[in-house]
Design a protein around this ligand. Sequence first.
Ligand code: ZN
Length: 346
Amino acid sequence: MRNLRNASDPPEQDCAIRQIDYRKPMTPNPSGFPTVGGLHHVTAIAGDPNRSVAFYTRLLGLRLVKRTVNFDDPTAYHLYFGTETGAPGTLLTFFYWRKDRTDFQGHGGVGGVAALTLSIPRGARPHWQERLAAAGVATRAGERFGDPLLSFSDPDQIPVELVESADDRRPWNGTDVPESQAITGLHSASLMVSKPDATEAMLGAGLGLTRVASEPGRTRWSAGPARPGNFVDVCVAGADAPDAAVGIGTVHHIALRAANGEARERLRSRLLSRGHAVSPLRDRQYFQSIYFREPGDALAEIATDGPGFAVDECPTRLGTSLRVPPSLERQREHIVAALPPLTLDP
Ligand code: ZN
């Protein structure tokens, strides 16, 4: 394994977990082709990293699990939030674009992803209504597939949703949010499309998801067992809906899980054989990824479960210092100088 420890890291014996074992068996598939294993992460675009860290850690109770830069644009932060280890399926990640240009503001619509949708325990909605109201965040209660839902916007106007569901994943307990109420990870991703057929064909025949529910305007697909973290919803946008415009305040892409590199490559071959354009492999340090556009135009990624966030940082100190990949290490000084300081200690 790569050794990227800093001199300031605690002694090795304090870091017993060097590589987190995220492995889960892939869903058996009778037709024999590999399937994705649920959501890996969802990435959005924000403006002010300090405000974002405060919102997602102090208010929503997630852990900042990695502080790094956008590998494709190292002048900007890339921050990852999740539960304790940053396990796949719990991750929200953010690129930070500078706010001094108004055309950086985006908006949702056709070809976009509607919201950051997170899972909370059954009965937790009243807690979040109170907690968010106390912080001055306006919320709207609703229901989806019979599950209570709470909608609001983050400080960059990114739509966020909390959905009550039966979910046995353990939340991060390092905040003042009671464990019985806390966010357990991603719930679902809602793709906004004008013509659902092609998107659904890719999800089903292409990636091996199964259709598990539908209600007017929305069809739910699941990667493996029908449970939070595995859902992709295909939503039919209204005839007057604008096309999505990528920018601050929008979801940039969703990532689905591949158990390992072999599964990722088999999925890549399958997408290519079905006529989809897929990027070459990209090493994202904490996972390895391929990218493609689903037919409705949303950007999607398939990311491996490993090696995970402990590859360059002690698990007890995840997110506490800036990490850059080996390919950018020589530019570290310039990178740090260009980044706004993160003043909050999450
Ligand atoms: Zn990604």
